[in-house]
Each structure stands twice: as structure tokens, then as C-alpha cells.
Design a protein around this ligand. Structure first.
Ligand SMILES: [Zn+2]
Length: 303
């Protein structure tokens, strides 16, 4: 399965699982939200113009076929300034929140992420064909590049947009491959969490596990490819729950060392037991605590 296909599956599922998404995080520090104003700029004046393979294909032979602009961490290529400003504001808000949640102050990359926003169906379909995405795809993140389709006048699906933005921001802080559940679970978690923080919403209201059967934990932790289609919603939902469990019920400072440990090749199970050993003396104890976390309506917020 190619990375492309993974991205597509991820986006499709984000649309589904966002509705049934996990439960509450405790109130945490809200990212300070300076106003983000994306200002249109000529191609020649952009502070970063180096694109990767997909970006080169999207840009095409003539950069002037696109409008351009940038914010602190993102360069945008678009046709409708309003679309780009909307995504720009959201993307910077996600960036700030993800920094807080990971507890990182130093970005690994100096260069900016590139975001292409298509609003024309024919042009999007052409791009989709070139990079061999499925034709129903609405967006994909590839390393630090993000490609979105915003049908004219219909806007973006916020959950899937946040999910894909998270993937390309996460890559800035950890570029080594991390386990599938962690990558998708973190994108799912932030798609709801960072958005709630950005909007000043209490994400605990109306969100909970809901009592569905979780994806088997051992299989989740060792999965190197996506499960079959009918299991995908459970796979995403359980991944989100596990990230939520680690970030909201455990010492948050251990999360980034955990990410770094598995990115260096440790098995998820070993890294969990190594870093959270003060809480869990065995994998069975960990699984038991996670299972309890997944019981519906344990408190008024469904935690
Ligand atoms: Zn994804």
C-alpha cells in the first residue's frame, strides 16, 4: 500500500470517525492566538519556494497560474484568498496547539510547509490522477506538503482538514516513521482537540467513547498496515482513544519521549512499559486501565 493510498484512506476515515470521535480532554492551556493574516504575495517574494515531488507537480510549469501567500509556518498556493486565509488561520492555530501538546519549543525544520488549495474540480481531478490518488479524495498530506480540494462555495470538512494539517505539522517535530496507530491516533485527537481550543469550545460536551467495541489493543500496537475496510473506523477510533489516554490521563511530559522512542525503533508495548512503568507494572495492567478508560459514561463527560 503506497503512502498516497494511506493518506486517502486516512482522510476518508477522518470524515467518518470525527463524528464518533473520542472523549474529553481536561481543560488545558489554550494556545495564545495571535491574529494570523495571510497576505497575498507574488511567487518571487515568497520566503520559501522549494517544493517536494508532489508540490512540484501541483505547481506546474508556471507558478503564476496560482496566487500565493504565507503565514509564519506555511506557504499557500491558492485561487481564492478567502479559502487560504481560513486554512491559514486554522493551520497556525493547530501548529501552536500541537507544540503545547507535545511540549516542544524547537521546530526541527526552518522551512515552511506548503499548502495547495484547489477550488476547481477539473484541476483537482487532474492532479489526483497525476499523483494517483483515488478520484473521490478531498485532500492528502505528504510529509510537509498538504493538498486540499475546497469545492467552490462549499468549504472544507473541518475534521478531515484538521486531521491532515496535524499530519504535516507532526512531521515537523518527528520525521522518522512512527507506528500507524500513533500517527493516525494523534491526527484524530488533534483534529478535535486543537479545533476545540482554537474555537474556545468545551470538547468534553457530547463526546465520548459511546461503548463500541475497541480494536484489539495488541493488534493495534503492532499494525504496520491498515486493516480491512470494515475495521478501519474502529482502528481510527481506538487509536484516537489511546493517544487521548496517554495525553489526558498520564503525565503529558512522557508523550514526546514515547514518540521519540518508537520513532527510533522500539516496539510500542516496550516503550509504554518503559516510560509509564510507575503506573503500569505489566502490559495486562496497562490494557486494563485503557479498557476502563473506554467504558462509556463513567462520569458526566463520558470519561
Ligand atoms: Zn491520517
Amino acid at each position: 500500500m503506497t503512502l498516497l493510498r494511506l493518506g486517502i484512506v486516512a482522510l476518508a476515515v477522518a470524515l467518518v470517525s470525527h463524528r464518533a470521535a473520542g472523549q474529553a480532554a481536561p481543560p488545558a492551556t489554550r494556545a495564545a492566538a495571535p491574529a494570523v493574516t495571510l497576505v497575498e504575495k507574488p511567487w518571487e517574494k515568497l520566503s520559501h519556494k522549494k517544493l517536494m515531488e508532489f508540490g512540484e507537480k501541483a505547481l506546474g510549469a508556471d507558478p503564476h497560474a496560482w496566487l500565493h501567500g504565507e503565514t509564519e509556518h506555511f506557504v499557500f498556493h491558492f485561487h481564492e484568498l478567502g479559502d487560504a486565509q481560513k486554512v491559514g488561520e486554522l493551520a497556525e492555530a493547530y501548529y501552536r496547539q500541537i507544540q503545547i501538546d507535545l511540549g516542544v519549543t524547537q521546530d526541527r525544520l526552518a522551512r515552511k510547509n506548503h499548502v495547495f488549495i484547489y477550488d476547481d474540480e477539473e484541476a483537482w481531478q487532474q492532479f489526483v490522477k497525476i499523483i494517483r490518488l483515488d478520484e473521490w479524495a478531498m485532500g492528502v498530506a505528504r510529509r510537509t506538503e498538504l493538498f486540499l480540494y475546497s469545492p467552490r462555495g462549499r468549504g472544507f470538512a473541518v475534521g478531515s482538514l484538521g486531521h491532515e494539517i496535524t499530519h504535516c505539522i507532526f512531521y515537523r517535530f518527528e520525521s522518522n516513521p512512527i507506528p500507524l496507530w500513533l500517527n493516525e491516533g494523534f491526527a484524530e485527537f488533534e483534529s478535535g482537540h486543537a479545533y476545540a481550543k482554537f474555537k474556545g469550545l468545551d470538547e468534553r460536551r457530547g463526546r465520548g467513547w459511546g461503548g463500541g467495541v475497541p480494536f484489539p489493543l495488541k493488534r493495534l500496537l503492532t499494525a504496520v498496515k491498515y486493516p480491512k475496510e470494515e475495521e478501519i473506523p474502529r482502528f481510527y477510533a481506538t487509536s484516537e482513544r489511546l493517544v487521548r489516554f496517554l495525553l489526558t490521563t498520564q503525565d503529558r511530559k512522557k508523550f514526546l519521549p514515547f514518540v521519540e522512542m518508537v520513532a527510533k525503533g522500539a516496539k510500542s508495548e516496550d516503550a509504554l512499559l518503559f516510560l509509564y512503568h510507575d503506573q503500569f507494572k505489566s502490559f495486562a495492567a496497562f490494557a486494563d486501565a485503557f479498557d476502563k478508560f473506554n467504558q462509556p459514561s463513567a462520569d458526566k463527560y463520558g470519561r
